[in-house]
Design a protein around this ligand. Structure first.
Ligand code: ADP
Ligand code: MG
Length: 610
């Protein structure tokens, strides 16, 4: 057995998950379906069997007294501490003799530690199955505001689950570790964590690889659930308006409403609207499209509460927003664009979202595990970009914006356009590597610039900016200059990139240099040929009659040859010759068009004006 293996675990109020360090950097443990999050829910059935995670959550409404969730709120607390929570929890909570808490499930009494241990055991056995090894050691994360009793309870839960807890780590510290911010010389970091049921913000300082918590603030009763409730309220009040005030909602409908509301909220993080459809029985259906603006109006006050907590955390740390060097986003609710916008406005900088916000804490726990195990952390130190960065251009070529070995921080921008008339969206595919074709480079991420107003091909001006900051985080944004439409993505450019991979990529670019150049040139020539063929077609349509029969025959034959070569020929010189021939054959057309332009411009002007 490997004595040094330590699993990193994020034991969350809503979701839990684990991560470990692979050769390519930290990675979360996923099940066969690709899912990593295990809902922190435990359900007990009458026959005594216990289920954990998604199946347990699915039964929460049918079986409210025997489904335990949010147990993290009870860890290490006394009955007096949780009066506020008790009104929300549907299951029975009672005091134990020593003043701690017991959860009473159909007469069986469990400590919060025992319940958390059931979740931890599930996370552990998933990891064991995925990695095919037995696991005995872990690092577990807790909120920075957890006191000694809460931390001790978390350790105990680990022990009950058969895990030797090597370290309890603060969640914000883990998030900062996942971004490699322990390498900063002397910096202040704000970690904004907006989860399912809780919100907290921590201000950290880091120096010499050591983190210190300067302040924390937050609200343990504010989370994504509140935003779901806003949508549920909106939907139920409209349902009553439409179908009668006396309409009641049985548990199954309530459960469905909750699921619909959450799904709509999640969709609105990406799209401008989301449609909810609720079957109400007796052939009645309620249907409603909710816009992002409507959602933001309702979510806005909750978001403002979180901003207020950030202000207090800053005040407690005796800092101004501008004193904060980096802002890290944690928790599923930080995917909401309004949240990113407001946090960015407060701190005056783009917050870090490059790492999946519901995985970042577990990934950081895995980094901490490796630091503890003393194994080498083979991540690249970034003074320069180890590989070039760019985007996929038409035809599958790699268009480099930042060249390999550029000193960071750095930035670059380039203008692109559309190739099809009326095109309203553009896919931006961010690449890393030295090869000339997109397929031979590493794909870092994709995003779509949508809602470009329809314009003729090559009219839109799409300004793409690459900004690589000192921590190796890459911000790519695209803005259509005429309409102002914008979209962006943030990526950890160096994550999962080892020294060997960089060397291999660079070597291959030398080995394949000639064929790559040829391939790139072919793509450029094909694009140019397509443009020329399109222009010829348009010109023929407008001014075809200026050509003599002989000229027309020559042009048709040149066009046909070019069409054939575009598809069938792999020799750039041949393609170039065909392209030039078509261009020459179209000369009478081009000249006729030029004459027309001059005539139009000249009209109404006196000879002296020239
Ligand atoms: P916790 O730390 O409390 O265990 P998570 O960080 O997993 O919770 O966050 C869960 C919350 O994130 C839920 O309320 C969920 O609806 C919300 N969430 C997840 N993805 C999105 C998204 N794309 N847009 C908005 N909210 C999201
Ligand atoms: Mg969390």
């Amino acid at each position: 057995m490997d004595e040094t293996f330590i699993l990193g675990i994020d034991l969350g109020t809503t979701n839990s998950l684990a991560a470990w360090l692979t050769q390519d950097g930290p990675e979360v443990i996923r099940d066969a379906g690709g899912g990593a999050l295990v809902p922190s829910v435990v359900a007990f059935s009458p026959d005594g069997s216990v289920t954990v995670g998604a199946p347990a959550r699915a039964h929460a409404v049918e079986n409210p007294l025997a489904t335990v969730y949010s147990v993290k709120r009870l860890m290490g607390r006394g009955i007096g501490d949780i009066r506020g929570d008790m009104t929300f929890l549907p299951y029975a909570v009672e005091p134990a003799d020593d003043g701690t808490i017991r959860v009473n499930v159909q007469g069986r009494r469990f400590s919060p530690q025992e319940l958390s241990a059931i979740i931890l055991r599930d996370v552990k056995s998933r990891a064991e199955a995925a990695l095919d090894r037995s696991i005995t050691q872990a690092v577990i994360t807790v909120p920075a505001y957890f006191d000694d009793a809460q931390r001790q309870a978390t350790r105990d839960a680990g022990r009950i689950a058969g895990l030797d807890v090597k370290r309890i780590v603060n969640e914000p510290t883990a998030a900062a570790l996942a971004y490699g911010l322990d390498r900063k010389e002397d910096a202040r970091i704000a970690v904004y964590d907006f989860g399912g049921g809780t919100f907290d913000v921590s201000i950290l300082s880091v120096a010499g690889g050591v983190f210190q918590v300067l302040s924390t603030n937050g609200d343990t009763q504010l989370g994504g659930d509140d935003l779901d409730r806003e949508l549920i309220d909106l939907i139920t009040s409209e349902i009553r308006e439409e179908f009668g005030q006396e309409l009641s909602f049985p548990p199954a409908t309530r459960q469905a409403l909750r699921a619909f509301a959450e799904a709509a909220k999640i969709r609105l993080s990406e799209f401008d609207s989301a449609t909810v459809e609720v079957a109400l029985g007796k052939g009645r259906t309620f249907r409603r499209t909710i816009t992002r603006r409507e959602f933001e109006q309702r979510a806005g006050r909750w978001v403002e509460h979180t901003i207020e907590h950030c202000r207090r955390a800053l005040a407690d740390a005796a800092l101004q927003p501008g004193d904060v060097d980096e802002v890290v986003m944690v928790g599923g609710s930080t995917r909401i664009p309004l949240v990113q916008k407001r946090v960015g406005e407060l701190f005056g900088r783009t917050p870090y979202t490059a790492i999946n916000p519901d995985e970042v804490v577990a990934l950081g726990a895995a980094v901490q595990a490796v630091i503890l195990a003393g194994t080498h952390r083979d991540t690249l130190l970034l003074d320069v970009t180890p590989l070039s960065l760019g985007i996929e251009t038409l035809g599958g070529a790699m268009g480099k914006l930042i060249m390999r070995n550029t000193t960071i921080p750095c930035q670059a921008a380039e203008d692109f356009t559309t190739y099809v008339d009326g095109q309203t969206s553009v896919d931006i595919h961010v690449l890393q590597g030295e090869r000339e074709l997109a397929k031979d480079c590493r794909s870092l991420g994709k995003f779509q610039l949508r809602d470009i107003p329809p314009m003729p091909a090559s009219m839109p001006r799409i300004h793409v900016t690459f900004l690589l900051d000192a921590n190796g985080i890459l911000n790519v944004s695209a803005r259509e200059q005429r309409s102002g439409q914008e979209a962006s993505v943030q990526i950890t450019a160096a994550r999962g990139l080892s020294k060997e991979q960089v060397d291999t990529m660079v070597n291959e670019s030398y080995v394949h240099a000639v064929e790559d150049m040829t391939a790139h040139r072919l793509i450029d020539l094909r694009n140019e040929s397509a443009r020329i063929l399109g222009a010829i077609e348009k010109a023929l349509h407008r001014a075809g009659d200026v050509m003599s029969d002989a000229q027309r025959r020559l042009l048709d034959s040149a066009v046909n040859t070019l069409r054939e070569k575009m598809d069938g020929c792999d020799d750039p010189d041949e393609l170039y010759a065909a392209m030039a021939a078509a261009n020459d054959a179209a000369d009478p057309l081009t000249r006729a068009q030029l004459d027309e332009v001059i005539r139009k411009t000249a009209k109404g002007k006196k000879l002296d004006d020239f």
